[in-house]
Design a protein around this ligand. Structure first.
Ligand code: ZN
Ligand code: ZN
Length: 186
């Protein structure tokens, strides 16, 4: 899911996906990584985290909604709880870029409204282009299909504990000889 940065829909920002279309998540409770398909909550996660970084707090921060569970430990969290350190760093960089652009626009505005006979005492420096890309995502982890919600989740290849469905929370046990498997309810 992509999120518009402005009401004009000028630019969109999306969390990076790997080759098979999965987005990386990190659980703050157990610190393990997993991946799920992108969804509407990703836009909300980016928007909420971005709004928190901005000093100009006129931007609307959408409400937090409990969304998704960690497949390893079953902890539930709001959309932005699953952002990885890398994703957070990219969004923070974008926030700093937006601040620069806002400041630049304000300086230009000030320049235009000055007395035309007065000499400007500052020279607005054009800011760097905004870093809209939130990085790239390598193809890794192991794909598992969860029958409860017909959901594909990617987990650590060495994980042999039970798995919680990120969507409905049902706990699944591993069948033996699992490679890419459908998990049954326990
Ligand atoms: Zn966890
Ligand atoms: Zn489920």
């Amino acid at each position: 899911m992509k999120v518009g940065l402005s009401a004009d829909g000028l630019r969109v920002v999306a969390l990076p996906r790997d080759r098979s279309g999965f987005v990386r998540r990190r659980c703050g409770a157990c610190r393990r990584h997993f991946k799920t398909r992108p969804g509407a909550q990703d836009g909300l996660a980016v928007q909420r985290f971005l709004a928190k970084q901005l000093k100009h707090q006129d931007a609307d921060v959408p409400d937090a909604v409990e969304h998704s569970r960690c497949p390893y430990c079953g902890t539930a969290g709001a959309a932005e709880a699953w952002l990885t350190a890398g994703q957070r760093a990219h969004i923070a960089k974008l926030a700093r870029g937006l601040e620069d652009h806002v400041q630049h626009a304000q300086m230009l505005q000030a320049g235009y409204t000055l007395d035309p006979t007065a000499r400007p005492t500052f020279l607005p420096v054009t800011p760097e282009p905004l870093p809209f890309s939130l990085g790239t995502e390598p193809e890794d982890l192991r794909s598992v299909h969860l029958v409860c919600c017909d959901l594909d989740v990617k987990v650590q290849p060495d994980w042999d504990g039970p798995l919680h469905c990120p969507e409905c929370g049902v706990r699944h046990g591993w069948p033996t000889h699992a490679v890419r498997v459908s998990l049954l309810r326990e």
